[in-house]
Design a binder for this molecule. Structure first.
Ligand code: TXA
Ligand code: MG
Length: 329
């Protein structure tokens, strides 16, 4: 793959790739969120990722690649239908779950027989992986914190202990769609900005979205990460319609609204004006900011069918998870 990087970027990438090749950990930008990278072929490096994040060992990692040849180091089989997806959506925010090769480290897949692989759409990430080899990269946050979409978020969680490749703010701001392509129909395990209808449209193949179905219905969680509370701020989150605000919106509530017809009356009302791309880019930043603002809670305007956008299913999923995390407590 060819990249047009500045000389300074090339030098930084060489240095960081060297750290990764010698078993170290580097945070790097992707189009979705910042990743905490380590060599996917080095057990000690992979173990460092679990330790640094405080991540349960049964939650597998996504392998990030920069070339098609690298997929074959991990996937035992690439079904023909998945090849179409790769052609249409890679590089991009779509993670594919394949049958894994025997040689893949158990620590990467948490002992599963499958492996998740994606090719990020970010020139710094691709150049880094070209130079370092394939990387496991969970979101670069401490387990349980919202994913980082800015360099400052990574530093909030890890201080200056981990080198961060600075790519500015992430373009999408919500984690990739995770899609199991081992069987037909494909199954969405985690919604992201590549939606079921986009996949159906580009491939003509059927897709089921199980992300909205509670685990009691599909008894074994297909994606171990689904059972953990992610994406959540410290403060409680709830849905609230703008017409319910009267009387319910106290001074200390951070209200995230998007419909465009709500007139902000208080400082802590953010109106995304139907710009769902912006809402995706900044949701986790608001979650993190609310922990620093002296707000007591966060209210979010629910979505209706007329709010449809490619980010909407992922936004709805992450906000619902943040709400249920507090209901569990
Ligand atoms: O956008 C993203 O995917 C970001 C950036 C850095 O690429 N990464 C990310 O990684 O969100 P992480 O570790 O925070 O989330 C990975 C999710 C988890 O829910 C995990 O359970 C699931 O992917 N996963 C990983 N391997 C899997 C597998 N073999 N089968 C099913 N789910 C898997
Ligand atoms: Mg994560």
């Amino acid at each position: 793959m060819t990249h047009s990087l500045s000389h300074a970027d090339e030098l930084t990438i060489d240095t960081y790739a060297q750290i990764l090749r010698s078993g170290g950990v580097v945070a790097f930008p992707t189009e979705t969120v910042y990743g905490l990278g380590a060599s996917a072929h080095q057990l000690e490096a992979v173990n460092k990722i679990f330790a640094l994040k405080g991540r349960p060992a049964d939650n597998p990692l996504i392998v990030h690649v920069s070339s098609y040849a690298m997929i074959l180091e991990f996937a035992a089989v690439i079904p023909d239908s998945a090849r179409i997806l790769i052609q249409k959506f890679w590089p991009g925010p779509l993670t594919l779950v394949f049958e894994k090769k025997k040689s893949v480290l158990d620590a990467v897949t948490a002992g599963l027989t499958s492996v998740a692989v994606r090719m990020p759409e970010h020139e710094l990430a691709l150049a880094l992986i070209d130079a370092s080899g394939p990387l496991v990269a969970p979101s670069a946050n401490k387990s349980g914190k919202p994913s980082p979409t800015r360099v400052s978020h990574v530093q909030e969680d890890f201080g200056n202990h981990i080198p961060v490749l600075d790519g500015g703010n992430c373009q999408i701001g919500l984690e990739s769609t995770v899609l199991d392509v081992r069987k037909s129909p494909f199954v969405i395990l985690r919604p992201g900005s590549v939606t079921a209808s986009m996949i159906q449209e580009k491939t003509g193949l059927e897709v089921i979205d199980i992300a909205g179905i509670p685990d009691q219905i599909h008894h074994t969680p297909a994606s171990p990460g689904l059972k953990y509370s992610h994406y959540a701020p410290e403060k409680p989150v709830r849905w609230m319609n703008s017409d319910e605000c009267e009387g319910q919106l106290h001074d200390s509530t951070l209200y995230l609204t998007h419909s465009g017809d709500y007139t902000p009356v208080k400082d802590r009302v953010v109106n995304f004006n139907r710009d769902y791309t912006l809402m995706g880019q900044s949701l986790y930043d608001w979650f993190r900011r609310s922990d620093k603002l002296h707000s007591l809670d966060i209210a979010v305007q629910p979505f209706t069918e007329s709010d449809s956008s490619t980010c909407q299913p992922a936004l709805e999923n992450r906000i619902s998870k943040a709400i249920s995390r507090h209901n569990e407590k």
